[in-house]
Design a protein around this ligand. Structure first.
Ligand SMILES: NC(=O)C1=CN([C@@H]2O[C@H](COP(=O)(O)OP(=O)(O)OC[C@H]3O[C@@H](n4cnc5c(N)ncnc54)[C@H](OP(=O)(O)O)[C@@H]3O)[C@@H](O)[C@H]2O)C=CC1
Ligand SMILES: O=C(O)C1=N[C@H](C(=O)O)C[C@H](O)C1
Length: 265
């Protein structure tokens, strides 16, 4: 399968280039970056000490048009632009970017009527297993437990809470028969009053090079359950993305996430 990667100089872009080179069934056909990036014209593997034979380009249209699947971990505005190119050239898309607003999510759903798309806030198998565990834990701990979600990421992350923490909130809220929009508490400061048991609270840590930690706490009287996932590398996101690209090869259109790719639906 022919893979195009956008955001080629980013943290995930580099992990994806490495994973694509290590995948015997995948060929890197385009590595794309924004105009002005110092890597334009250089070999896409240069900063990894690898030789790919593919030069980083800023011509997204030409690069994406050559691929079977685009893998995009950039920013919402960039992803939506790339998705239009995928649409024009009938190229599948794996979207890992987080931080979309409702209109952005709607635009992805519309594009997926024409091309196949995997859109997931976390591509790791481990985190997707945790989503399933949370469904079960929440159904069991559905009364008498205050639910709080804590996430920690590196200092350069620009969106908060993480897409993964929000998805965890959605999974928990859905298992309680609620919607996250109605019960999320994203900030507390000053005299907040007592905690409303119907809420799901979020707390965010940013610092250093933390790849990504997530904990869901079920705080009861006299006991506490904590379900934690910790990433030590970005490789599982990249390997999961290639798994998603392979899943899309056999599909003509439709919006999927990693639960579909992993058969966890
Ligand atoms: N779903 C998942 O499993 C995961 C999702 N993510 C998400 O992926 C995204 C990227 O994360 P990360 O790699 O750490 O970020 P980086 O900032 O390291 O990389 C982002 C890349 O995208 C490029 N870029 C930024 N804005 C645009 C734009 N408007 N158009 C085109 N390219 C653009 C950047 O170029 P430049 O440097 O020139 O700005 C850079 O190459 C985030 O939303 C993050 O939350 C991250 C890890 C896992
Ligand atoms: O920006 C990151 O780094 C990550 N972003 C994703 C998110 O927002 O959930 C996935 C992972 O947590 C790393």
């Amino acid at each position: 399968m022919k893979i195009a990667i956008v955001g080629a100089s980013g943290r995930m872009g580099l992990a994806l280039i490495k994973a694509t080179l290590n995948d015997s069934g995948a060929t890197l056909v385009a590595a794309l970056d924004q105009p002005g990036s110092p890597l334009i014209g250089r070999d896409a593997g240069e900063s990894l000490g690898l030789q790919t034979g593919v030069r980083v380009s800023s011509d997204a249209e030409a690069g994406i048009a050559q691929a079977d699947c685009l893998i995009d971990f950039t920013r919402p505005e960039g992803t939506l632009r790339h998705l239009e190119i995928c649409r024009r050239h009938s190229v599948a898309a794996v979207i890992g970017t987080t931080g979309f607003d409702a209109a952005g999510k709607q635009a992805i759903a519309e594009a997926a009527q024409e091309i196949p798309v995997v859109f997931a806030p976390n591509m790791s198998v481990g985190v997707n297993a945790v989503f399933k565990v949370l469904e079960l834990a929440t159904r069991i701990l559905n009364e008498g437990y205050d639910i709080e979600i804590v996430e920690a990421h590196h200092k350069r992350k620009i969106d908060a809470p993480s897409g993964t923490a929000l998805r965890m909130g959605e999974v928990v809220a859905s298992a309680l028969g609620r919607t996250l929009d109605d019960c999320a508490v994203f900030a507390r400061e000053g005299v907040t009053g007592e905690r409303d048991p119907a809420t799901i609270g979020f707390a965010v840590v940013r610092g250093g090079d933390i790849v990504g930690d997530h904990t869901v706490m079920y705080c009861g009287e006299g006991e506490r359950v904590e379900i934690t996932h910790k990433m030590a590398s970005r490789d599982p996101y990249a390997v999961g993305s290639l798994r998603a690209a392979r899943f899309l090869l056999e599909r003509k259109n439709g919006l999927y996430d990693m639960q579909d790719v992993l058969g966890l639906r």
